[in-house]
Design a protein around this ligand. Structure first.
Ligand code: F0G
Length: 472
């Protein structure tokens, strides 16, 4: 073809914007089981209206979580065969360590079986009564691990992040002024580290800007407090920075991610998200003494420091996944397909937390079912309805997950009542998502028929996993 023809085609391409397609083809498929509305109504009742009790086999489209649900690539599966299963010093560990160090620049790389294991080790060392750990928003396992140690977990989210209707680019940001006030109030000596969760899962999968990371770092530096990143969704956060923050449009996502980590003194990571694997995680940090204590705990809870609760093949798959997740065609498709779901349902009036997050769409249950008060769990009612109507599994993030009781046993509601539709990575196609859109719109049209729920049994902590409900 002649050069002028090529440039003509290129010019035309800019005029006709095309669909952003899945940047992969499918080599292996997993059938999904179809059930009837009657069957699902029975299944839900038998599961005490808690989606965690539904057998996955009885779910058509599973949006319960984006964690550990990724489809691995052919190269990752090849890595599974390549895995070195030696107890100590496995080749797979050194590949893993090299990739994580190249990305984070951190000195000590400690593998754990998942994110919460890294949290458990870290907070077992630094956490105790009178200790405070600030974060933009703690994820539930982070909060639970901090509180289990006796310490206090505090959310210092920016004001924009608290308004579900506001469209702003970086609603995951921490309120920097409040952080400084918080440090002065509680004393630098009682704050062993400050966290930033990227993206902010509990606050709608919203990103944190590079400027905010830098500003938080500067405050931390002033008071000599280490900054840690909860880096589960670091690649999605980095791509949001590329799309939305001035000065980053032309930088590679890898460079952006490396800059994010350059401000950190440590990180916890659930590899089950942006490392595109089904199991794994790590704790990474610079402080030698803390690392030594962490490795000591690792040996008695997870395993030897070069495998830490994982098989060599898992380490191999994580290393490969961390490289693949930085592919910008993948990230473009990833963020675009989540936004597609959000835009389609909100365009017909379904209230969602705005703007769409990276890994999930969050329905605003307070607006969706305003006739159900918080203490009757509007989100849980919607979760049940989406399952019965369409076999879609979602999760409540509101009064069930974060509700508390006062001294008199009265319900204290969190600020937001949400239902999360988390999108597994590289698993569902556009027609699956189109089906989800249709089911949600149908549910929303019948929203007035939704009924409140009550808890008939609950455990002492993390109650959303095992609580049992009845319809009122
Ligand atoms: N931090 C964040 C921000 C998370 O989203 C999660 C897990 C963890 C830590 C813990 O990691 O599961 O590997 O132990 N989030 C999952 C979810 C469970 O559904 O959002 P883990």
């Amino acid at each position: 073809m002649f050069n002028d023809e090529v440039s003509q085609i290129k010019k035309n391409q800019n005029l006709f914007v095309k669909t952003i397609i899945e940047p992969f083809k499918i080599k292996s498929v997993e059938p999904i089981k179809f059930t009837t509305v009657e069957q699902r109504a029975q299944i839900l009742k038998k599961a005490f209206y808690n989606p965690f009790f539904i057998h996955a086999e009885d779910v058509l489209i599973d949006l319960l979580t984006d964690s550990g649900t990724s489809a691995m690539s052919a190269q990752q599966w090849a890595g599974i065969m390549e895995g070195d299963e030696s107890y100590a010093g496995a080749r797979s560990f050194f590949r893993f360590e090299k990739v994580v160090r190249d990305l984070t620049g951190l000195k000590h790389i400690i593998p754990t079986h998942q994110g919460r294991a890294a949290e458990k080790i870290l907070f077992s060392i630094v956490g105790k009564k009178e200790i405070f750990i600030p974060n933009n928003s703690h994820f539930d396992t982070t909060r639970a691990n901090i509180e289990f140690s006796g310490a206090t977990a505090t959310d210092l989210l920016c004001d924009e992040g608290k308004n579900p209707d506001l469209i702003a680019p970086f609603k995951g940001n921490m309120n920097v002024a409040t952080l400084e006030k918080f440090i002065k109030e509680h004393g630098r000596e009682n704050i062993p580290m400050c966290f930033l969760t990227l993206t902010n899962n509990s606050g709608g999968g919203q990103p944190v800007s590079m400027k905010n990371i830098r500003d938080v770092k500067n405050v931390c530096k002033k008071y000599n407090i280490p900054l840690f990143l909860d880096a589960c969704r670091f690649a999605e956060n980095a791509y949001f920075i590329k799309l939305r923050e001035k000065g980053y449009a032309k930088k590679s996502v890898k460079k952006i991610a490396q800059e994010m980590f350059s401000y950190a003194d440590g990180a916890t990571m659930s590899a089950k998200k942006d490392a595109l694997v089904n199991m794994g995680g790590f704790l990474a940090l610079n402080n030698d003494e803390l690392a030594m204590n962490a490795r000591n705990l690792l040996v008695i809870t997870e395993g030897f420091p070069t495998y830490g609760g994982l098989a060599g093949r898992d380490l191999e798959a994580i290393a490969q996944g961390l490289e693949e997740v930085l592919d910008e065609h993948y990230l473009e498709y990833r963020l675009r397909s989540t936004a597609y779901l959000g835009e389609k349902i909100s365009s017909v009036g379904v209230p969602i937390l705005q703007p769409p997050g990276g890994h999930a769409i969050y329905l605003n249950a307070k607006k969706y079912a305003p006739h159900i008060p918080s203490h009757q769990f509007p989100g849980q009612a919607i979760v049940g309805d989406l399952y019965v109507r369409g076999g879609i599994r979602s999760v409540e993030i509101g009064s069930v997950m974060f509700g508390k009781y006062d001294e008199k046993g009265k319900h204290i509601a969190p600020t937001l009542e949400l239902v999360r539709l988390a999108i597994p990575r590289r698993v569902y196609t556009q027609s699956h998502i189109d089906y989800v859109i249709e089911v949600i719109i149908e549910s929303y049209k019948s929203r007035k028929k939704l009924r409140g729920m009550k808890i008939v049994w609950e455990p002492p902590m993390l109650r959303h996993f095992t609580a049992k409900f009845e319809i009122i």
